[in-house]
Structure formats: C-alpha cells, structure tokens
Write a protein that binds this ligand. Sequence first.
Ligand code: SF4
Length: 356
Amino acid sequence: MFPCDPAPWDAPAPEKAGRPSAFGLLPKDLKALGCPNDADFLFSLLQRPWTWKNGAPKFGKENRAFLESVADLSLPKIDETIESSDGARKLSLALSDGRRIETVHMPRAVKNARVTMCISSQVGCAMGCTFCATGAMGIQRNLSAGEIVGQVLSVMRALGPGTSSRLTLVFMGMGEPLHNLGHVHHAIEVLTHRSGLNIPARRITVSTCGLVSGIEKLARLKPRPLLAISLNASNDAARSRTMPVNRVWNLAHLRSALDAWGLRSNEKFTFEYVLLAGENDTDEDADRLVDWLGELRKRHNLNLIPMNEHGASDFHEPAESRIQKFSDRLKSLGCFVTVRRSRGRDVKAACGQLVK
Ligand code: SF4
C-alpha cells in the first residue's frame, strides 16, 4: 500500500476515546463546557507554566472540580533527557497511553537565552521519507491539540525559557504536521492566544514534506504560522524515490501551492534540502533546484542540511568539499543559502534522527 494516502486521514488521538486534555482547550471551549468562573483567567492559569507552584497550576477548589469533571489534567511526562555536547537536549515524553514522542530543546548560547523547541505532531509518521528514522517507524497515531500544547508546557516547566517571549517553536519533530492539521492548527490557536503563551504566529514554523492539500488548507487558516518545505531533490524521479509524497503531489503541484499561498509582507518560506551523498548533491542538482525555485530563490531561505546518519537509512553525508561546492554554486546562481549543521547529532536529536 502507498504509505501516504492522499485522502483525508485522521489516525485517532486519545481525545476521541475519552475526555479532552485541559491544555488543548481555548477559553471558548472552557465556556462551552460550563466553566463556573472567568474562562480567560482559567485558561491563563493552564497555559503559563512559569506561574505554577510546585510544578502544577493552582486553580482553586471550584475550578479544579470543574476541570476534573470535564477534562484530563495530565501532561506528557518527561522520562528521559539526553544532553548533546552542543547544549541541545533531546527529551523523551510519555503520553497517557504509554506511547512516546521526542522533543528537542535548543537554547541559544547568549545571555537571556532564547530557546527554539522542535516539537512533534504525531507518534511516528506515515510519509515514509527514506532518509528519516521517524519515517521508518510508520505511523502510530496523531497527537491531540492538548498533547501538542502539553509537550511545550512540560518542556518549558522543566527547562525553560521562563517566559514565552523567548520561545520559538518549529514543528520539525516526529510526524508530518499537515497530516494532522486539525489538531496542529487547534494547538496553534492555543499557543498564540493572548491570554496564554501568546506566541506570535511568526515565531511558529510548520515544516511539511510537501503535502499539497494541507498547504492549501493552512494557507486559508488564521492564525497562520510560517511554512518550511522539505525539498530534498531537484527532479520528480529522484524526489519520488526518497519522498513517496511526491508520487501524489509532484514538484509542479508543490510549486503551484506555494504560488497560491499569498505571502504577507516580510514573510519568507524556508526551503530545506537534506544533502545525501551521491543522491542529490551534484552540480546538475543545484542547477535544477535553481530552475524550480525561480524567483523564489531571491527572497527565501534555502537551508542545506548534510545528512544526519542513523541506522534506519543507508544514506550518508557528502564530503565537506562537495557540500561547499554545492552551496557555492547555489549562491552564485542567486540563492540565499545556509549550510545548517543540525544540533544534537551526537545524541540522535538532529533532523531526521528522531525515533521511539
Ligand atoms: S522527514 Fe518528516 S515527513 Fe518525512 S518521514 Fe520524516 S518526519 Fe515524516
């Protein structure tokens, strides 16, 4: 069977079977459930981990009784933290059904450190990209909105930052976020809400392997996060080989969806290109990539990511000289290129290495 069914797909999240997670409820959801007091205030208690005492929100008796009667108050539990030599930390979080996800916490080494958190949207992934350890797991299930928000709150509570004004979120962990768009977008509504973490949508990036139907839907939603596109090949034959999604939505479809996105002023796409030795790293690949990007190359960022090797894939990182030549060629053809050395490689926390 083709691994990424293009039909709307919704692997069950636990909320379907039981009570919703309290951490995925907006003030309007709390009101609809019969909140006895100010729903905005209760929402803000749930969403601001730096105000919690002894690691848990203090609701007061009446609010707690209400929440316990309508929702699940458990957060994903951190059961392992591995620190990389570069300061990134890979966290394993246990969900209420015992399944596990990984989240990566990456502080920047400056005073009042800002933190980028790489978060998961699914347990496993259905997309089957052949260079990715998560893809090799297959899909187990979607995360609910409450679990997505809960992983952010759990990690903030344990490792900071102490305020959301220093937090950037990237949906680049386990899973294809647009394959779970309903829950992912609801989580973004919670994360951006002014009474909660109040993270601006421009500090949230959703990364997709090119699920065109999801890009088209997300383009019309508010709040709308930034979009990153994982390209990884310069023609359809090669892309279909390493990224099965391309057999359904090829590079022309993907380009049309980006053209229809409707960029706001100053908004940029991020293109990601995992460099696989001998597969997509020739000068001809660079030239084709520039052709496909066309005018987009003048304004948007292109990140080259040397393959982060792992046991579930036979691909390797190209030699340093090849990486440099590929990058120089793209620059000479007018692209904004960065060679991104993924953080956390030594603890298997880098792009494409997350697996449980
Ligand atoms: S690269 Fe992303 S979309 Fe592809 S299999 Fe891995 S997690 Fe899924």
